[in-house]
Ligand binder design. Structure first.
Ligand code: SIN
Length: 294
């Protein structure tokens, strides 16, 4: 049923979908909505198809799922190394299961998770390959969408001289930067925030596509630059990513939607436009291989 083919530019193309599944692209570059599919009933060919589709489309919006935590974790294990990620703030955020990260915003919230362009914990030595957020409660009156952007597309849209410059650079990603400074939360005893120097352009471990690896959430410094150069160059990359609208899609959530995003290929930004209403989801993330430069 499922043939995986490779396009000339290295993008993996998913073959035929499982019977009954209906696919609608959110736009030509990134994001596919899937209806008529029960993710708990995939056979081996269906799992292979799902992995290929995620590599090709980077964001999968799967509607009408009925998942308990074990089923949610089982789907996450289909990606990356299969090893589930435990967030440094899992305990501090009151997670019932360390691998299931609560994403909760309500009238008492001072901040919300993911409000600002970022890649989930890009500060880790082996970053998260895929994050899977399952929506339990959406705000009354609407809102609470999430934007996603393709970092391969953002790289491709840089000029050749700036691509060459980016390929020569490495940058520090610091987990303490957003959580300590923005959220004011310390990890539980025995855990700590990771801090890692990564290449600024990486080769995507599945597709091989050159992919920008710098984000406003976690990247604190480009190595080897003066202070002014550092500020100006980081801001140039951040603004390029944030304003390249052709690389972006906007996901409109519904209760029981599971969104699976390729966390190495994308950045995302949750929109907090629903205060004082509540939104609640649970995120499971799976670790990928160590990333490498080109
Ligand atoms: C996150 O950054 O993982 C949260 C995304 C969201 O709430 O839509």
């Amino acid at each position: 049923m499922n043939t995986l083919t490779e396009a000339p530019d290295g993008i993996v193309l998913a073959g035929g979908a499982p019977a009954g599944a209906k696919l609608d692209r959110l736009n030509p570059v990134i994001g596919t909505e899937i209806t008529g599919l029960d993710l708990t009933r995939l056979d081996a060919a269906g799992e292979e198809w799902l992995r290929a589709l995620l590599a090709e489309r980077m964001v999968l919006v799967v509607r009408d799922q009925r998942l308990d935590r074990e089923a949610h974790k089982a789907i996450a294990r289909l990606f990356g190394t299969g090893e589930l990620h435990v967030h440094a703030l899992s305990a501090a955020r009151g997670a019932a299961d360390p691998a299931v990260y609560p994403v909760r915003t309500n009238a008492q919230s001072k901040t919300t998770a993911g409000e600002g362009w970022h890649t989930d914990v890009s500060c880790d030595p082996a970053p998260i390959a895929a994050s899977l957020l399952y929506m339990h409660e959406m705000p009354e009156g609407g809102g609470g969408d999430t934007y996603y952007s393709s970092m391969a597309e953002c790289y491709a849209r840089l000029s050749a001289p700036v691509q060459a410059l980016a390929r020569s650079l490495r940058a520090t990603h610091d987990g303490a930067f957003p959580y300590r400074t923005i959220y004011g939360i310390e990890p539980a005893a025995g855990t700590h925030y990771n801090k890692t120097v990564h290449p600024l352009v990486i080769r995507h471990p599945v597709t091989g596509r050159p992919t920008l690896w710098i984000n406003r959430g976690f990247t604190t410094r480009i190595e080897g630059l003066g202070h002014l150069e550092n500020r100006a160059l980081m801001e140039m990359f951040f603004q390029h990513i944030e304003t390249t609208l052709t690389a972006q899609c906007r996901v409109r959530w519904e209760t029981n939607t599971l969104v699976i995003w390729d966390n190495i290929a994308t950045q995302h930004h949750a929109v907090w436009d629903y205060f004082p209403n509540s939104r609640y989801g649970e995120r499971v993330s799976v670790i990928g291989p160590e990333i490498e430069g080109l």
